[in-house]
Design a protein around this ligand. Structure first.
Ligand SMILES: Cc1cc2nc3c(=O)[nH]c(=O)nc-3n(C[C@H](O)[C@H](O)[C@H](O)COP(=O)(O)OP(=O)(O)OC[C@H]3O[C@@H](n4cnc5c(N)ncnc54)[C@H](O)[C@@H]3O)c2cc1C
Length: 474
């Protein structure tokens, strides 16, 4: 059983028997299942829950949450488990709600270009089901994450530069609150001025304020034509300046991804791309055939102005898929640079005008630390990731990598940016929130206290609890 033991007061058999009344055999303590729900792609230590439950309806989620409130047990919602900051870790044990069986498409409203789904559906499953509608859901964090997890981490990824993030694409939510009430945060209207924006309160809340049981999403027309291109640059600044110029010139680029020279070496090792090992931009354009060609020509001209060379087109689906498959696998490309290493993955985001400065200072910092840390970035949004490759057995390396990530987060905040553009706070970024948001963190605590007074929902995430102080809720 886990360290903090709220569960100790309740014999496990009693809990399982109570859960069985709700979900039958879909509650388990099988060690393999607990371990699977305790580890992640991140470097954070594994923290398995005490029980994993697979609900199949909102009513079941409601009954489980009510039971956990009665027994004062932590409840951690779990989507696909691809989050990178320990967001779904069961730090205090308790009940893990695996939402994977709640994966239905409930209603497609093609005329309104929206869809309502259960939260366990993954983005690839959703797009497979939308294929014949002429519509698609564009948010692409690389991993095949669940819609509930993406909503809860306010995910974005490669296409955010054109289509926005989860914040822009969630229209409404159904949420089970800590006291078991079920609320709907909005109807389906494209805009609404009806009271507080509770939809956006739950988008990015990392399961700390409620369990999402339905999500209504905006959809977009499938583009008539898509083309992709890669271009090499003499240095990081030239690549970033090109990305800024492309955006400022009004080209509605669908993706613009930066890969530094170290990452290109990993891509060549892992995906046999055979590209020069210098900084690159990968582009994708969506639109009509003529418009896509026009966007690409403008981009090529701008890239050439900044010293870009070897602009290469990928117009067939096979070429495009090879390129973007390689991009989506940068985690494994990075790991190919140091077999046996673990990646400490971190993300920051700054205003795009400060991006070159942030990247250049970070590159100098990496060189000084002696770490291997390939860079990949959604540069159109001023967002980039580093994969700091570490020997998991070396405490010294772990310390050096953490100190580097700490400096990076502080640098981004000093440049008026954020310690996380898209991976969320989880446990990994908690220390930076007060630095970035000051007293706003206390307001978050007030909201948490009001909605989850017993602190059962994904405890230990986003901010640390502290003693009550003047100004807190009674
Ligand atoms: C190789 C790789 C590349 C990645 N690249 C990107 C990227 O480019 N952009 C990006 O944004 N992310 C990226 N990620 C991170 C990850 O895919 C996202 O954080 C994703 O949104 C997590 O979704 P999930 O379904 O895996 O959620 P999980 O990891 O299962 O959970 C994430 C959080 O959501 C909560 N949660 C899950 N379901 C619910 C629910 N129904 N109700 C309430 N809370 C819930 C959990 O409690 C947890 O706090 C990447 C990950 C990997 C492994």
């Amino acid at each position: 059983m886990s360290a903090h033991m709220p569960i100790a007061a309740h014999p496990m058999d009693g809990l399982l028997a109570r859960l069985a009344e709700i979900v039958g055999e879909r509650a388990t303590r099988a060690p393999g299942v607990l371990a699977d729900h305790g580890r992640s792609e991140a470097y954070h230590a594994a923290t398995p829950p005490d029980v994993v439950v697979y609900p199949e309806s909102t009513a079941e989620v409601q009954a489980i949450v009510r039971l956990c409130r009665e027994m004062k047990l932590p409840v951690v919602a779990f989507g696909a488990g691809t989050s990178l900051e320990g967001n779904a870790a069961a730090l205090h044990g308790g009940v893990c709600l695996d939402m994977g069986r709640m994966n239905a498409v409930l209603k497609v409203n093609a005329e309104d270009m929206d869809v309502t789904v259960q939260p366990g559906i993954t983005r690839k499953q959703l797009n497979a089901q939308l294929r014949d509608t002429g519509l698609f859901f564009p948010i692409d964090p690389g991993a095949d994450a669940s819609i509930g997890g993406m909503t809860s981490t306010r995910a974005s990824g490669t296409m955010a530069v054109r289509y926005g993030t989860m914040k822009d694409n969630v229209l409404a939510l159904e949420v089970v609150l800590a006291d078991g009430r079920v609320i709907r945060t909005a109807q389906r209207a494209r805009k609404s001025a009806a009271g507080y924006d509770l939809t956006r309160l739950f988008v990015g809340a990392e399961g700390t304020l409620g369990v999402i049981t339905q999500v209504t999403l905006k959809l977009h027309p499938q583009p008539e034509a898509i083309s992709s291109a890669v271009c090499a640059f003499p240095d990081l600044k030239a690549a970033v300046d090109t990305a800024i110029a492309v955006i400022q010139s009004g080209v509605p680029v669908a993706r613009v991804e930066l890969l530094d020279a170290v990452m290109m070496r990993g891509m060549n090792l892992h995906a046999k791309l055979g590209l020069p090992e210098v900084p690159h931009l990968f582009f994708e354009f969506h639109g009509s055939k003529a418009y896509v060609a026009e966007q690409a020509e403008t981009t090529e001209a701008l890239a050439t102005e900044f010293g870009g060379e070897g602009f290469q087109w990928a117009t067939t689906p096979e070429e495009r898929s090879r390129l973007w498959h390689a991009r989506d696998n940068t985690l494994y490309a990075g790991l190919a640079l140091r077999p046996g290493a673990k990646a400490m993955i971190t993300d920051v985001c700054v205003p795009i005008s400060r991006l070159a400065e942030c990247l250049v200072e970070t590159a100098a910092d990496i060189a000084q630390t002696g770490l291997t840390a390939p860079v990949v970035g959604h540069v159109g949004d001023g967002n980039f990731h580093l994969l700091v490759l570490i020997d998991p057995a070396s405490a010294e390396e772990l310390g050096r990598a953490k100190a580097f990530c700490d400096r990076l987060a502080r640098r981004a905040i000093a440049l008026e940016g954020t310690c996380t553009g898209e991976h969320g706070v989880g446990v990994g970024k908690m220390d930076f929130l007060p630095l970035e948001l000051g007293d706003a963190v206390d307001v978050m605590r007030l909201v948490k206290g009001a909605l989850d007074p017993d602190g059962i929902l994904n405890p230990g995430k986003i901010f640390r609890p502290r003693d009550r102080q003047q100004g807190d809720a009674p």
